[in-house]
Every structure is written in structure tokens, then in C-alpha cells.
Design a binder for this molecule. Sequence first.
Ligand SMILES: [Zn+2]
Length: 389
Amino acid sequence: MLNIDYTAKILDLEDVIVTNVEKNDIELHIYLELPRKIHSCPQCGNETDSVHDYREQLVKDLPLGRNALLHLRKRRYRCEKCHKRFYEQNSFLPRYHRLTNRLVADIICSFSKLQSAKEIAQAHNVSSSTAIRYFDLVSHRCSALPRVLSIDEFKGNAGGERYQSILTDPEKRQIVDILPNRFEGNLIQYFRSFPSRKNVEYFITDMNPHFRNVAKVCFPSATIVADKYHVIRQAIWAMERVRKNEQKKLSDRFRKYFKRSRYLLNRPFHKLTPDEQNSLALMLEISPRLADAYRTKNEFLEVMKSSSSVVGREKMVQWLNTLNIYDLPEYSDCEKAVKNWFTEIMNSLDVPWTNGYTEGCNNKTKVLKRISFGVRNFDRFRNRILFCS
Ligand SMILES: [Zn+2]
């Protein structure tokens, strides 16, 4: 048996008297009670220390190497004046609860780690549904919008919708909120609920026209910025389309060679080994159209590296003009996107923010999705993501 005074210290519960400790391989039973003291009657305010009776309450506590169970001998006082009977007060256990406050707090905290509810439940000697029920008590409400607001969508498959929207603050690197879908009307309604939406100076978005419409309605004085990563992807996709079309024309042997070597087209040239540089040169020699596409893509990346919109604007116009010289119909979607998003793309050259932080969050979200078995419940999914960030 443990030394009882020592146990009281380990327990770190205020004022408790430990009367006995029993343990076996899996459980630790601690018997305790509170010191008898004067209480005020909750009905008439009269002071009393008359004990009516005792009742034992079994309470789960933070595991101390093994599952900990507290046997609390709860005292009921009696008011001599109005005869009201009432339980003594304690600081570690709300009425009717079977878990200590600190066990509940630890369960809730555990949801901030990338663990499944089942794992959390097992570690705390409670059922999964109990763990989830406590976690559901946590609610997040975003109170203000940041100066720089970034929006992106991700495939969460939560609450019956395939896509959810994620709002982040790329400046402070925080998730702002998760919204149940990506519909224009819902987004507008959501943003309109913020009196502080004039705070938003920059709105970073992927090239989704709905998001841009939302920004124009809700943040008319904000600068709308196209996310660089999504812009660059347009040129990379266009080049990929050229490669696929070109390799169809080739013999089996060369077709496989193109497919195998396609990564060479996207890696910076100076990072390739001499052998890889030769392989790339061979590909470009076999297909002059792929060579044009490759050059066009690289020139586009150079434009996107411009130090400001003043420099970039001229370069981009030149890039568009040059594109017309080549026989590259696969670039027409990219060209359309650039023209359609010209202002927002130019804005991206003047600011340091991208959706990079958001993309990182999306990766974390994927892990959460894998370990959460109840993502059909959108609110819980949202809380979990916000809690983990
Ligand atoms: Zn009373």
C-alpha cells in the first residue's frame, strides 16, 4: 500500500483526505473524503456543520500509471434552521459527473493531437462516445476576420458535402475557420455576419470565380490576390497536356521514355544531373512542340518571379504575345485564365502571401480525416481541425 499522505500530494486535489489506497495490475482505487467544515445553507443561508449522511460516489480520474478510480465519500449536511439537506462542495467534480474535471480537460486536450477518438478513449479509460461527447462541448467561434484572408477549398466529404472551404490568416499562420461548403451564397452570408469585415485588406484565393465574386461583394475595398501556386499550375498543366499529346504520336519505346522522364520537365534545369540534362535534351529534340511548351512554361515561371507588378505586367503581356507565335493550342486554357485573372495575378507579385500555409493545413486535415471515424458530422470535423491548429 502507498503512503497515504504521499498519495494526497500525488493527487494534487485541494483539501482531500485520503483514507485508503488499493491497487492491482490495472486499477488504482483511492478512497477519499473532504474535511468537515461549516457550509452555508443554499436555501436560507444559515451556517451549519451538521452531517446528515454519507454516500459513496465512484469517479474516474487521470490515469496514474494505471486506471485511477476515486471513491469519494460524499457528505450531506443538514440545515438546522430550514431542514434542507445538501451535498458538500468540491472543486474537482461537478455535480452528477463521474469524471474529474482534470480528466475531462485532459480528454479534450488530447483531441488537439493527431490521435483517433478510440485511442484517446483507451488512454483515459472511458468509452469513445464519452470522449467524443466531451469534445463536442468545445466550440469555436471566429470573432474577427484578419487583415490578410486566404480562402481555399478541400475535399473533406463532411456533413454530406464533398468540398469544404478553409479560411486562413497567412500572415499570422492561423486557421480562421472551416465552412461546410463552397457555395457563393453561403459564403456571402457568412462573411456578412462580421461587422469587422472592413479589416480585410487582402483576399488571397485560388482561381475559383465564385470566391472572387464573394470577395467583390463582401470586401469591395480589399485587394484580391490570385494564389501564385494555382497560377503557376496552369502553365504546368498546359505543358503536361502537350507532353501527353506528343507522346501519343511516338513509338512504344519512346512513349514509355517520355512517361518515365516527365519529371525532368518540372525540375529546375540547374538541379538536374548531367545524365538527366541529356535525357531532357533528347526528349525536347524528339518533339519540337514539347520543346516550345517547355520553354513557354519556364518563361511563365520567370514572369511569376518578377519583383513587382510593374515589372511583371510588361513581361506577362510579352509572354502572351509570344504564345501566339507557337503552335500550342493546349495552352489556351492557361491563356484564358491569365487574361481573366490578370489583375489578381499582378497583385500576387506585390505581396508575400500565398495559399502555401493553407495547403499545409489541408495536408493535416487529410490525416485528421483518416483518423476521425465520424466526419459525417461537419461541426465535429470543423472543431477538430480548429482545435488541432
Ligand atoms: Zn437552511
